[in-house]
Design a protein around this ligand. Structure first.
Ligand SMILES: [Zn+2]
Length: 328
């Protein structure tokens, strides 16, 4: 594969990176040869049979090896990337991949689903993931997606097992607890791998970002702050795998929650002083930069975070599904 291709062949990386995350997210555009030297992801063993897959330019994933099979949490952006992930899984075990859990519908977490569906895995997700995968993902290509971009989104394998609040999955005696929480899109879930000897592992998808600004395009920030407060209490002592950034611990959940609270309070204060649009950004950005300017994706998301928090606080935010029809 040519080294410059990090996304599905037909996706403009700049558009994706500005809306999801990606190789250009840190401001500089790496040259193809630089990209070629960097691994797409690193596989880290974080507990017995539990692996975090920390992506360089993609959504993080992970996998859990049980007694009679494997569960994969999220599938990267493309079939190429997912095949690479499958190769890594095969270095650990030859057992079948029984389940894929999509933590939410965004392309950088669902784009490789078809690879695992073809392996016989059941794709499991919150009901809204099935509803939104082939509709809401189109917005990441701008107002007029090209036919090949539409076709790519159409090819994403949809979840065939959906739930509203959660579900439990079993790999022999190994139990995975999947639970829906609000905040990031309205269709997000975490995957908990309980472990009696310590707090276990919590795959958070994009409900947690470690030292990276989040994508708030679909967010309900007020609800999200509550979700993170619950994580820090209910799953205290666990190892947390964020959707973006390195493997995290309980303190990191609080750090990320503080970012959302800081943003929310600063935007509310500026709005109370009559600011909106560019004036709102000008009022909030310097303080945000002082505290969080070193975080990943700051250049990509700071401005949109401010504007989207402003829309939410003034009750004008468009959320997924609010203008579209029912599930396919
Ligand atoms: Zn993501």
């Amino acid at each position: 594969m040519p080294p410059k291709i990090r996304y599905p062949l037909l996706i403009p990386a700049v558009i994706l990176s500005s809306l999801l995350c990606g190789p250009h997210a840190f401001g500089a555009t790496p040259q193809p040869q630089e990209q070629a030297k960097k691994a797409r992801f690193t596989v880290q063993s974080i507990a017995d049979g539990v692996y975090a897959v920390i992506a360089a330019r993609d959504g993080n994933t992970g996998f859990v090896v049980g007694d009679d099979g494997v569960a994969v949490i999220d599938t990267l952006t493309s079939s190429d990337a997912a095949r690479e992930l499958l190769t890594e899984i095969r270095k650990v075990t030859s057992m079948p991949v029984r389940f894929v859990v999509n933590t939410h519908y965004h392309l950088d977490h669902t784009g490789g689903n078809a690879v695992f569906a073809a392996e016989g895995a059941t794709i499991v997700a919150h009901r809204n993931v099935r509803t939104w995968t082939r509709t809401e993902n189109l917005k990441f290509f701008g107002p007029s997606p090209k036919p090949e971009q539409k076709a790519m989104v159409e090819r994403i394998a949809l979840p065939t097992l959906v739930y509203d609040d959660g579900i439990e999955l079993f790999l022999g005696s190994r139990r995975l607890v999947v639970r829906h929480f609000p905040g990031h899109t309205g269709g997000d879930s975490i995957v908990v791998v309980p472990d009696g000897s310590h707090g276990g592992v919590v795959f958070c998808g994009d409900l947690l970002w470690k030292t990276h600004l989040p994508n708030l395009i679909d967010a309900s920030t007020g609800l999200w702050i509550g979700t993170l407060a619950e994580f820090a209490i209910v799953y205290a002592g666990s190892t947390f795998v964020p959707g973006h950034g390195e493997v995290a611990e309980t303190a990191d959940v609080g750090v990320f929650r503080n970012y959302l609270v800081t943003l929310w309070e600063a935007v509310a204060k500026a709005q109370a002083a009559g600011k909106s649009g560019d004036a709102l950004v000008d009022a909030v950005l310097p303080g945000l930069k002082e505290k969080y300017g070193e975080w990943g994706f700051f250049t990509n998301f700071a401005k949109s975070n401010i504007l989207q928090a402003g829309e939410e606080l003034s009750g004008k935010k468009r959320l997924p599904g609010s203008r579209r029809g029912s599930a396919p």
